[in-house]
Design a protein around this ligand. Structure first.
Ligand SMILES: NC(=O)C1=CN([C@@H]2O[C@H](COP(=O)(O)OP(=O)(O)OC[C@H]3O[C@@H](n4cnc5c(N)ncnc54)[C@H](OP(=O)(O)O)[C@@H]3O)[C@@H](O)[C@H]2O)C=CC1
Ligand SMILES: O=C1O[C@H](COP(=O)(O)O)[C@@H](O)[C@H](O)[C@H]1O
Length: 518
């Protein structure tokens, strides 16, 4: 079915409306993604892109912007002398438009019809809102008022995070959008769901006989999800100081990954079935009983001055556009429970932070110990088995088992069988935005978030945020370049666990069996 839809994109074409075309997201992610789709033949000649923002840009200036963005950020490089580049960029138009002026949308519709006729596009319109969320409602209403939703083809709205600040604001936003678009026409981006290894979670789980039978509280001791970043807030202090790590990463990427790890196998791979299963997980998240309960299960931190690779790093409160007395968290770690039959009693430890020592996203599944250690008394104890999904920067998977050290008299050592997927297929796998943009064009919402998922995630996160808003005395400071507050270690230690090293930083006695070249 998706193969057919893929063909349909080529046959009936698509007109991309990029609202916020002069912004950072369009330049870093969207133009490069469209270029990759073109290079890979996923778009035929029946496509066009209309860039929209208030700034005045001539067609030529816009083409230069697009070229610069592709030269800097795309995985396929472009050269202005290449005839293929000329064939690509002739599909790009720019129009200066203020979203709050409804009359501008009538002009936009005329321009859109002209492009559809020129490139033989059958009225399929994809509206990508690379804009601040407070503009989403106006765009939706003005698209309707300007007659842009009256073509014979499909109409889809792709929206960026943050989808609200809390549940009430998300509900308001959703209501505004749903006054114009049906739920099946709304594609809410969570770019982590577009990452290769996040999409591999369900395949590893549901396509392997030796994982699925063990995927429950009888055999799994805990699951650890780490989303570490080395960067600080960069030039996004204004947004981030209002948001913090919990809203920026927790409400969306992290809870989505918990849902992917914990969901039941769907009966069919239809997007709605997958959303239904994720919703069941989000509904089963154990609520907090009090602010004290939040403090017991969730640790928050903020980075102070520190260093990385000998380079001094500023503290969060000295970052641009950050309140010098800010109590916004740049780190949080939480113990989350999924209260259902499969996961009863299994902690999911999640952590994310800015200015940590490494950029990494990993999911570690720690299995329970064997019921009896028959090797007791030998020099080496048994390590728990681990299954590790490496999402980034390198993509892959590894499994840690216990085995006899070759030639020894029964010395048991942990052996990590490491499959580095990016070493095998190269780093040139599609970018998250590339997959997601194409999925939206072919009508596959599997790796987008449905409204009920978003609402449940806010409901969970709001409990933490409101406990934190009452009293900031539990905010812990950590030096930039460190692994965050020590209390985040204690969160696991009190249960007899510890955070497993990430990014292949393993204990020295582990034997690696790997397809890496170095
Ligand atoms: N940048 C990123 O990597 C990521 C961004 N996001 C989200 O994507 C959205 C866009 O982010 P980003 O590109 O960084 O933001 P920018 O501030 O860089 O861009 C905002 C864009 O909106 C346009 N704009 C603002 N007001 C209007 C208006 N009234 N009418 C028409 N256009 C307008 C601006 O153009 P002009 O001033 O010319 O009108 C500009 O093109 C945000 O919601 C952000 O949170 C999410 C994940 C990652
Ligand atoms: O959504 C966001 O994600 C980025 C991290 O994304 P990644 O793909 O580089 O891992 C984060 O820096 C940003 O604060 C957040 O808004």
């Amino acid at each position: 079915m998706l193969e057919t839809n893929q063909e349909k994109v080529r046959e009936t074409g698509v007109l991309f409306f990029i609202f916020g075309a002069t912004g950072d997201l369009a330049s870093r992610k969207l133009f490069p993604a469209i270029y990759s789709l073109f290079k890979e033949g996923k778009l035929s000649d029946k496509f066009a892109v209309i860039g929209l923002a208030r700034r005045e840009r001539s067609r030529e200036q816009f083409h230069e912007d697009v070229l610069r963005s592709i030269q800097e950020f795309a995985r396929y490089k472009a050269s202005p002398d290449d005839p293929e580049w000329g064939r690509f960029v002739e599909h790009f138009e720019y129009m200066s438009l203020d979203i709050n002026r409804v009359e501008a949308f009538n002009e936009l519709n005329i321009a859109a019809e002209r492009l559809e006729e020129q490139f033989g596009i059958a009225g399929n319109r994809l509206f990508y809102l690379a804009l601040a969320p407070d503009l989403f409602g106006s765009v939706a209403h003005n698209l309707k008022a300007g007659g842009l939703l009256q073509t014979a083809g499909w109409h889809r709205l792709v929206i960026e995070k943050p989808f609200g600040f809390d549940l009430p604001s998300a509900e308001k936003l959703n209501k505004e959008i749903r006054e114009v678009f049906e739920e099946h026409e709304v594609y809410r981006i969570d770019h982590y769901l577009g990452k290769e290894m996040v999409q591999n979670i369900d395949v590893i789980r549901f396509a392997n006989a030796f994982f699925e039978p063990l995927w429950n509280n009888k055999y799994i001791a805990n699951i650890q999800i780490t989303l570490g970043e080395t960067v600080g807030v960069e030039d996004r202090g204004g947004y981030y100081d209002h948001s913090g790590a919990l809203r920026d990463m927790g409400q969306n990427h992290m809870l989505q990954m918990v849902a992917m790890m914990a969901m039941e196998p769907p009966s069919r791979l239809h997007p709605e079935d997958i959303h239904d299963e994720k919703v069941k997980v989000l509904r089963s998240l154990r609520p907090f009983t009090s602010a004290e309960d939040v403090r017991k299960h969730v640790i928050r931190g903020q980075y102070t001055e520190g260093q990385a690779n000998g380079r001094p790093l500023p503290g969060y409160r000295s970052e641009d556009k950050v309140n010098p007395d800010s109590t916004t968290e740049t780190y949080f770690a939480a113990k989350v429970y999924v209260d259902n039959f499969r996961w009863a009693g299994v902690p999911f430890y999640i952590r994310t932070g800015k200015r940590l020592p490494v950029k990494t996203t990993e999911v570690v599944v720690e299995f329970k110990n064997m019921p009896k250690n028959v090797y007791h008394g030998r020099k080496t104890g048994l390590e728990p088995n681990l299954l590790v999904f490496r999402v980034q920067p390198m993509e892959g998977i590894y499994i840690k088992i216990n085995a006899k050290r070759p030639g020894s008299e029964g010395v048991i050592v942990p052996v990590a069988m490491d499959f580095c997927q990016s070493c095998q297929v190269g780093l040139n796998t599609p970018e998250a935005y590339e997959r997601l943009l194409f999925d939206a064009a072919r009508g596959d919402s599997t790796y987008f978030t449905r409204w009920d998922e978003v609402a449940l995630a806010w409901q969970y996160v709001d409990q933490i945020a409101s406990a934190w808003a009452e009293d900031a005395s539990d905010l812990r400071m950590y030096p930039a370049g460190s692994w965050g507050p020590e209390e985040a270690q204690a969160l696991l230690e009190q249960d007899g666990f510890h955070w497993w090293p990430v990014n292949g930083q393993q204990e020295s006695e582990v034997v690696w069996v790997t397809n890496r070249s170095e």
